[in-house]
Design a protein around this ligand. Structure first.
Ligand code: NAD
Ligand code: UDP
Length: 316
């Protein structure tokens, strides 16, 4: 039985990963500082004989004995990572050094959850792994984007200098149940607004694009990357179906049968105009392709947020 550390394990993606690893029969250590993670995401695992929870911040070193590390610790939504930008960059740099140091000492394989944000506001479309990106180093997104770029650099150098067994995936926008309803990301915002009958806040003219991957697909790709022996990455993991924010808003409104209107608000600084993964490498190396169409993933996600809204109404 492998002992697997999931940093950021109480977050949206981390908690789904913990579920899959427990189902597979692994011993799971979930480590989180609960900045954006929530105990409710992992409450059902507390008391499981193969599950352990540690409140810890990766900016501080930690001594553990593990076989594999999934490093997901880092706030992911612009609202959360811009709340304390210096802490965000410390998590991706000092924290990354600490987690790589742990991997080195334990001879554990480590997978880094990198991001499509390393491509910035891309001028190559769709984005392939050999594109170096177009990132503003001093803009409002830089604490996250540049932090994640340094984290990739650290992974490569620990691999080259110290033979640490690294894996790097670049995750494109991923959504699903357990995404914090208040984290300001577009899918959680639109669904919560439509369920409450509030206007949907469209930033800019809504013609910017994103490609949305359902969480179950993402976790399957992430585990395949960890469990193969040949490719260290980076490998893009995302769904290549591309939508404008206006198209997304229409799909959410039609599924919820909501009469909410659209409210146009200013586009935040450095907001990427388009984003879509080229997943040729993931298909070839991992034999992975996403299974969920956006409309099917939205059905499951809307059901989750309906539960959240109903619970709110019962409490008030
Ligand atoms: P999330 O905010 O729900 O989860 C991040 C978790 O990390 C939270 O539980 C948070 O409390 C924890 N954390 C943050 N800083 C920490 C620290 N210093 N020490 C310990 N724990 C810390 O976000 P998510 O969507 O689940 O994202 C998980 C990972 O995947 C992140 O690294 C993110 O950058 C990456 N990613 C996510 C997406 C996406 O669309 N969801 C896209 C690209 C990359
Ligand atoms: N967005 C929007 N309305 C919202 C939240 C976000 O129109 O209420 C836009 C945002 O400007 C961006 C896209 O939706 O163009 C995706 O935003 P998100 O924060 O989900 O992810 P990211 O920008 O990091 O890809």
């Amino acid at each position: 039985m492998a002992t697997i550390l999931v940093t950021g394990g109480a977050g949206f993606l981390g908690s789904h990963l913990c579920d899959r690893l427990i189902e597979r029969g692994d011993q799971v250590i979930c480590l989180d500082n609960f900045f954006t993670g929530r105990k409710t995401n992992i409450a059902h695992l507390i008391g499981h004989p193969r599950f352990e929870l540690i409140r810890h911040d990766i900016v501080e070193p930690i001594l553990l004995e593990v076989d594999q590390i999934y490093n997901l610790a880092c706030p992911a939504s612009p609202k959360a990572y811009q709340y304390n930008p210096i802490k965000t960059i410390k998590t991706s740099t000092v924290g990354m050094v600490n987690v790589l140091g742990l991997a080195k000492r334990c001879r554990a394989r480590i997978l880094q959850a990198s991001t499509s944000e390393v491509y910035g506001d891309p001028n190559v479309h769709p984005q392939r792994e050999d594109y170096w990106g177009h990132v503003n180093p001093i803009g409002p997104r830089s604490c996250y984007d540049e932090g994640k770029r340094v984290a990739e650099t650290l992974c490569m150098n620990y691999h080259l200098e110290n033979k640490v067994d690294v894996r790097i995936i670049r995750i494109f926008n991923t959504y699903g149940p357990r995404m914090d309803p208040n984290d300001g990301r577009v899918i959680s915002n639109f669904i919560m607004q439509a369920l409450r009958g509030d206007p949907l806040t469209v930033f800019g003219d809504g013609r910017q694009t994103r490609s949305f991957c359902y969480c179950d697909d993402l976790i399957a790709g992430m585990m395949k990357m960890m469990d193969q022996d040949h490719e260290i990455g980076p490998v893009n993991i995302g769904n290549p179906d591309e939508f404008t924010m206006l198209e997304l808003a229409q799909e959410v409104l039609s599924q919820i049968e909501s009469k909410s209107t659209l409210k146009f608000e200013p586009l935040p600084g450095d907001d990427p105009k388009q984003r879509c993964p080229d997943i040729t490498k993931a298909k070839r190396i991992l034999g992975w392709t996403p299974q969920f169409k956006l409309k099917d993933g939205l059905v499951k996600t809307i059901a989750y947020y309906r539960g959240v809204v109903e619970a709110e109404q019962t409490q008030s």
